[in-house]
Design a protein around this ligand. Structure first.
Ligand SMILES: Cc1cc2nc3c(=O)[nH]c(=O)nc-3n(C[C@H](O)[C@H](O)[C@H](O)COP(=O)(O)OP(=O)(O)OC[C@H]3O[C@@H](n4cnc5c(N)ncnc54)[C@H](O)[C@@H]3O)c2cc1C
Length: 438
């Protein structure tokens, strides 16, 4: 039975970030002769992977218009590549295809990838992109696409298996993981530092530091830390926007077609990259009904039981009930028609697949910050928060950076995500993508 009365380091949440932080912290303590794995205690109200990590599509990509995101993703891919088997990582690569309005952003992203040494290719021009894609998939037929960024690194990982792999690594490093223990608040000293974490299993005295990695439950912890529901933001123009909500929720729409997974293969029979397709060509269902004539987008990957993916998420109005997770609010009822039409638009092998659509164990709610980018920062003198704004399955390396930060190092990769940016106006540039995560 794990002793929950005290711990030097308390990590809240056993998703991607909590587990990665605990594992890397245990290793750093040991390597530097500063302690051992059992100094780290993870508190999880349910079980590892019960939150967003266990439901994520699992896409690992670098394609971000924001330099800080792209550089951080490069470090994260390095961690994925360090143990593909242990993390259930599939290094199949990733392709982003866009319409003319997205060309400049994708070219800029490619040029940065060149500079930082992230392996990728760019193809521009409608005919050139079509030819490139037909070289990979002979039945490629998407229209309205003038740019293709092919990342030769990245791919995806199987969500539950990677959580299990991380949990195994934690346990092997001596980390204690307490499941079924819900955190309800903090006992603070006069200077704001956390003396104890209040839980359903009693009070856990904190020896040194606390890390919270609550995924979609970020708002609960924001409240526990007495932080304001709205914040002021200094915009690039210098103007200050007052009272923007700190947290919003989006419903991620995802689904699956149940087919032999090898239906989705490269021309040479190899495993296909993850594909993200945005187009402004009119989209029709297989029987000719117009779905949309505005910019649309989907992503898809080969999965264990077929092809899985999603489309642009929907804002959830008002507050959400997150327990149990995932939320089962209805997503857009037109989503299956749209997603299957878009698959068929991309490749003729997917024609007539609408009857094979099913709502698989996928889709769920994400919690987004005021600018839709993560907040990685100390919110109290000894409390570090990993609030990833739903970007973060791919961000397995954030835990490594946080572990080093807790031990006194400066992380240039995490610095651009400090909370102070809202006040100082050091915001991340915004892309032309319709997604809140690009
Ligand atoms: C449908 C969907 C698809 C996604 N696809 C991708 C993708 O393809 N690629 C990508 O990079 N990202 C993706 N994401 C985003 C990604 O899943 C999340 O950003 C990431 O998993 C968050 O990890 P986390 O560790 O912060 O949170 P979580 O995995 O949610 O873990 C938080 C944990 O904290 C626990 N917890 C919460 N409150 C308490 C409490 N009071 N006490 C104790 N424990 C508590 C929860 O039970 C949970 O286990 C997707 C998200 C969704 C919803």
């Amino acid at each position: 039975m794990t002793d929950l009365s005290n711990a030097r380091y308390v990590v809240v949440g056993a998703g991607m970030h909590g587990l990665s932080t605990a594992y890397h912290l245990a290793r750093e303590l040991e390597a530097r002769g500063l302690g051992e794995g059992s100094d780290v205690l993870v508190l999880e109200k349910s079980e590892p992977g019960a939150g967003a990590t266990g439901i994520a599509c699992g896409v690992v990509r670098n394609n971000y218009f924001q330099p800080a995101m792209s550089e951080l993703m490069q470090a994260c891919v390095e961690v994925w590549e360090s143990d593909p088997e242990g993390y259930a990582y599939q290094p199949v690569g990733y392709i982003a295809l866009g319409a003319a309005s997205q060309e400049a952003d994708l070219v800029a992203t490619y040029e940065r990838q060149e500079r930082i040494g992230y392996r990728s290719r760019i193809v521009t021009g409608e005919a050139e992109v079509a030819e490139y894609m037909r070289g990979l998939f002979p039945d490629w037929r998407a229209r309205g696409v003038t740019v293709c960024l092919h990342e030769l690194q990245g791919g995806f990982a199987f969500n539950r298996e990677s959580v299990a792999g991380l949990a195994r690594k934690c346990e092997a490093a001596g980390v204690r993981i307490a499941t079924g223990v819900e955190v309800s608040g903090f006992d603070s000293a006069g200077d704001g530092s956390i003396r104890a974490v209040e839980t359903s299993a009693g009070s856990v005295e904190v020896g040194e530091q606390v890390v919270v990695a609550p995924g979609p439950w970020a708002q609960d912890f924001w409240r526990m830390l007495d932080l304001p529901p709205t914040i002021d933001i200094r915009l690039p123009s210098g103007e200050v926007e007052r009272d923007r909500p700190m947290w919003t929720f989006w419903n991620l729409q995802e689904g699956e077609i149940t087919v032999d997974p090898t239906l989705f293969a490269l021309a040479d029979g190899g495993a296909p990259p993850v594909i993200h397709l945005d187009s402004d060509a009119p989209l029709h269902t297989d029987d000719g009904k117009l779905v949309t004539d505005e910019l649309w987008g989907i992503y898809f990957k080969r999965d264990r039981d077929g092809v899985q993916g999603g489309a642009s998420p929907l804002v959830v109005d008002g507050d959400v009930e997150l327990d149990p997770y995932p939320l089962t609010t209805d997503v857009d009822p037109d989503f299956p028609d749209m997603w299957c039409a878009a698959l068929s638009h991309a490749m003729s092998r997917f024609e007539g697949m609408r009857p094979r659509y099913r709502k698989a164990r996928s889709g769920g709610v994400g919690s987004f910050t005021a600018d839709n980018f993560p907040v990685f920062d100390f919110l109290r003198p000894n409390l570090y928060a990993i609030l990833d704004s739903n970007h973060g399955y791919k961000m397995i390396g954030v835990g490594r950076e946080v572990a080093r930060t807790l031990l006194g190092e400066h992380s240039g990769l995490l610095y651009p995500f400090r909370f102070e940016r809202f006040e100082t106006g050091d915001l991340h540039p915004v892309s032309s993508s319709p997604y809140p995560w690009s």
